[in-house]
Design a protein around this ligand. Structure first.
Ligand code: LIP
Length: 259
């Protein structure tokens, strides 16, 4: 079954990606609504999550489903974890840096994950214990920090603004660049792809991160977050890196044993 799950996840991600692009091409159809401070939701988020739930119920009716928009359906144990459109603010403005995130938790650990960024033409997938792939090409992290280290940072009103600003100041003092995409999946995909050396976001929701965590671990990267049983119930600080220097980890105010 595990291999079939990843095949189903990749197929669902591509079908959902086509639907999301159709909505994005028609701003009227997106029906953008404010969900909270710096947080939006569109009709596409709901349509994509509905499609993913329908497909999962067809091939894996016994597992629970936890999605950003419709919450948890089913009990504890094996769970599909969905973010129908991660980076909704970017998506709503017609930008390309957003993604569909699909992960499967087998009741003990994250077993497989897919990040599909249709407007960027990128699909990353991995099964726990196997390799990580981007567009079918295996990816492995070598731990080398580039000449110009870059850290992808996330921020939301769920965490401290002053801590975020202080983090940027400390990174720049260490000669480390930062980027903020407003989409955890782009930060995580960026670490996998070698664009960034690390991604850190405090108080991130599990649906934003789950697939990316499988990908980074499969590629030999370091992942730090709360234990999954806790993460499934509420936000966690998420820190992933490619084995980068301790100075940068210190500049982030983290320790590599965090989480
Ligand atoms: C977003 C995350 C991002 C976080 C935003 C938001 P969404 O997910 O990917 O990292 O900083 O607040 O939660 O809401 O676009 O799916």
């Amino acid at each position: 079954m595990p291999d079939k799950r990843i095949d189903h996840a990749i197929a669902m991600a591509h079908e959902a990606g086509k639907l999301a692009l159709e909505f994005q091409a028609d701003p009227e159809r997106m029906k953008i609504r404010e969900k909270g401070h710096l947080d939006l939701v569109t009709a596409a988020d709901h349509a994509v999550e509905d499609l993913l739930r329908k497909r999962i119920s067809g091939f894996d009716p016994k597992s629970a489903i936890l999605g950003e928009e419709a919450g948890l359906a089913g009990g504890a144990g094996a769970t599909w974890i969905l973010d129908p459109i991660d980076g909704t603010v970017n998506y709503s403005r017609g930008m390309p840096d957003w993604a569909i995130s699909i992960a499967f938790y087998d009741g003990r650990e994250l077993a497989c994950g897919v990040i599909h960024a249709p407007a960027l033409g990128l699909t990353a997938h991995a099964t726990r214990g196997g390799a990580a792939f981007i567009n079918g090409v295996a990816v492995r992290m070598d731990g080398a920090t580039a000449q110009a280290p870059i850290v992808s940072l996330g921020y939301s009103p769920r965490s401290s603004l002053s801590d975020y600003l202080s983090r940027i100041e400390k990174l720049l003092a260490e000669g480390v660049e930062h980027r903020r995409h407003g989409a955890a999946t782009i930060g995580l995909l960026g670490v996998l792809a070698g664009w960034f050396d690390a991604y850190f976001e405090p108080r991130l929701n599990v649906w934003d991160a789950a697939a990316g965590l499988v990908l980074i671990e499969a590629a030999g990267g370091v992942v730090r977050h709360d234990p999954m049983k806790q993460f499934l119930k509420g936000p966690s600080d998420v820190f992933v890196h490619n084995g980068m220097g301790a100075n940068v980890i210190a500049a982030l105010g983290l320790s590599d044993t965090a989480g």
